[in-house]
Design a protein around this ligand. Structure first.
Ligand code: NAD
Length: 378
C-alpha cells in the first residue's frame, strides 16, 4: 500500500474522536488541546466517568462522550479516530473505524499480536485509509542526530541499549505476563530499526524476574538480535533496577568500522570518528513524543506523505517483541521470518471479514507486503 485517502481540505481543523481516556488517554487529550490543527468532537470510553473526566482534561466539558464508538461517529461525523485504549481493544476499534471510512492514529502496539496487526495492515489496504501507529519515541531530535552520526561510522557492527528503571505503576502492568518485553521493549526495538534503517533477521532472548520484583510477570530481559548486514543489537533491560537509573530511552552505544557514537537518551548524542570531525547538519525539528506523532498524522492526512508508524512499516517492531518472547519461552534462537509466517497463517485462519482475508491471500510474501510502504518517509 503506497497511497491512502487524504483529507479534502489542506488547512481545515482535523475533527477527531478519541477512544480511551485512561492515563495515557489524558496525556493525549492535553496534547490534542494544544494542537491548533485538532478539534476533539467526541470521547469514547467503556468507563463513561473516564470519558467525562477526559473532556475536562481536554478543557471542554461539553464535548460529547459515550461508550459506543460507532454511535458517536454517526452523531459527530469526525475526520479521524485516535485510539488510546488498551492493546486488546486496538484491533476491533481500528477495524471498525477504517471500515467506517476513517483514518486512525493508534497508540503502540499496533495490536495485541502480529497476526492482528497483519489483519489491520490488510484492512488499511482494503479501505484505502491510513492506519498509523504512534511510536512516540521516534519523535526525538536527539535520536535523529544519532542516526545522522550512524551514517559517519562506516560499516556498522554493534548496537546496544542498557535500560534500567524502577517505576511502581500499579494497575494492569503489575499483573501482565512479560511486562518489560510487551509493554516497554517495543520502544527501543522500534528505535533501533529507525536508527539502522534495516530490519531484524533473528533473536535469542532470556527473560527473568529479579527476587525483589514487584511485578508478577518477568520485569527483566536480555536479547541479542541479528539485523540485515550481520549487525548485532543487544538489549539489556530491567523495570525493577533502582539506583543509577538510565533515561526512559535507555543508554545507547553504536560501533562501526570508522568510530562509535553514544546516546544517553536524554542529551545530545556524542560521536568519535577515527578520521573526521563527526559533525552533522542540524535538521528541522521532528517534534517531541506524542506531539510529534500527532503533527505527523495531520501532515500525512493533508499531503498523502507516508508517515513513520504507518502500519505496514510498524509491524516488524511488534514482530521483534513476539520473537523475543517466543525465544525465551522455547530457549532457542527464533527467525523473524518464521514469526511472520506463523502470524500470517493465524491471521488467515482467524480473520472474520471476507474482504480482509481475501486481501491477505493476495499477498505474495509477508515481508514483501510489509515493505510496500517505506519504513521512514519523514
Ligand atoms: N507511548 C508511550 O510512551 C505510552 C505510555 C503509556 C501507555 N501507552 C499505550 O497507551 C495505551 C493506553 O494505555 P493506558 O496506560 O492509558 O491504559 P489505561 O488502562 O490507563 O487506559 C485505557 C482506557 O481505555 C479504556 N478502554 C478499554 N477498552 C476500551 C474499548 N473497547 N472501548 C473504549 N474504551 C476502552 C479503558 O476503560 C481505560 O479508560 C496502551 O496501548 C499503552 O501501551 C503508551
Amino acid at each position: 500500500m503506497t497511497a491512502f485517502r487524504r483529507l479534502e481540505s489542506q488547512d481545515a481543523t482535523v475533527r477527531v474522536i478519541q477512544v480511551g481516556a485512561g492515563s495515557m488517554g489524558n496525556a493525549w487529550l492535553r496534547n490534542d488541546q494544544v494542537n491548533p490543527d485538532i478539534e476533539v468532537v467526541g470521547i469514547v470510553d467503556l468507563n463513561l466517568d473516564a470519558a467525562r473526566a477526559g473532556a475536562v482534561a481536554y478543557g471542554d466539558p461539553s464535548v460529547p462522550v459515550g461508550t459506543d464508538l460507532l454511535a458517536l461517529i454517526a452523531e459527530t461525523r469526525p475526520d479521524a479516530i485516535l485510539d488510546i485504549t488498551v492493546p486488546v481493544a486496538h484491533h476491533p476499534i481500528t477495524t471498525d473505524a477504517l471500515f467506517t471510512g476513517l483514518p486512525v492514529l493508534g497508540e503502540k502496539p499496533a495490536a495485541q499480536t502480529v497476526a492482528e496487526a497483519l489483519s489491520l495492515a490488510a484492512a488499511a489496504e482494503v479501505t484505502g485509509e491510513l492506519f498509523m501507529v504512534s511510536q512516540s519515541r521516534r519523535y526525538n531530535d536527539q535520536l535523529v542526530a544519532f542516526r545522522q552520526q550512524a551514517a559517519l561510522l562506516g560499516d556498522l557492527g554493534t548496537v546496544s541499549t542498557e535500560f534500567a528503571k524502577a517505576p511502581h505503576f500499579g494497575g494492569f502492568r503489575d499483573e501482565m505476563d512479560n511486562v518489560l518485553l510487551l509493554d516497554m521493549a517495543i520502544h527501543p526495538f522500534d528505535s533501533v530499526r529507525y536508527l539502522l534503517e534495516r530490519d531484524p533477521i533473528s533473536v535469542y532472548c532470556d527473560s527473568y524476574n529479579p527476587s525483589w520484583s514487584w511485578y508478577r510477570g518477568d520485569a527483566a530481559a536480555s536479547a541479542v538480535f541479528e539485523f540485515e548486514g550481520g549487525i548485532r543489537y543487544t538489549y539489556n533491560g530491567s523495570w525493577c533496577a533502582p539506583g543509577l537509573e538510565t533515561s526512559w530511552n535507555g543508554a545507547w552505544r553504536l560501533s562501526g568500522a570508522a568510530g562509535s557514537a553514544l546516546w544517553d537518551g536524554d542529551n545530545a548524542p556524542l560521536v568519535e570518528v577515527v578520521d573526521g570531525d563527526g559533525s552533522v547538519d542540524a535538521l528541522g525539528s521532528v517534534g517531541d513524543g506524542i506531539a510529534g506523532s500527532l503533527a505527523a498524522f495531520v501532515h500525512a492526512l493533508r499531503t498523502g506523505t507516508v508517515p513513520d508508524g504507518e502500519v505496514h512499516g510498524n509491524v516488524m517492531s511488534l514482530a521483534m517483541v513476539e520473537a523475543a518472547i517466543e525465544s525465551k519461552d522455547r530457549g532457542v534462537k527464533i527467525l523473524i521470518d518464521d514469526v511472520l509466517e506463523r502470524a500470517y497463517a493465524k491471521a488467515l485462519a482467524t480473520e472474520k471479514r471476507d474482504d480482509v482475508r481475501a486481501q491477505l491471500e493476495s499477498w505474495t510474501s509477508v515481508r514483501a507486503a510489509l515493505q510496500g510502504v517505506a519504513v521512514d518517509a519523514r
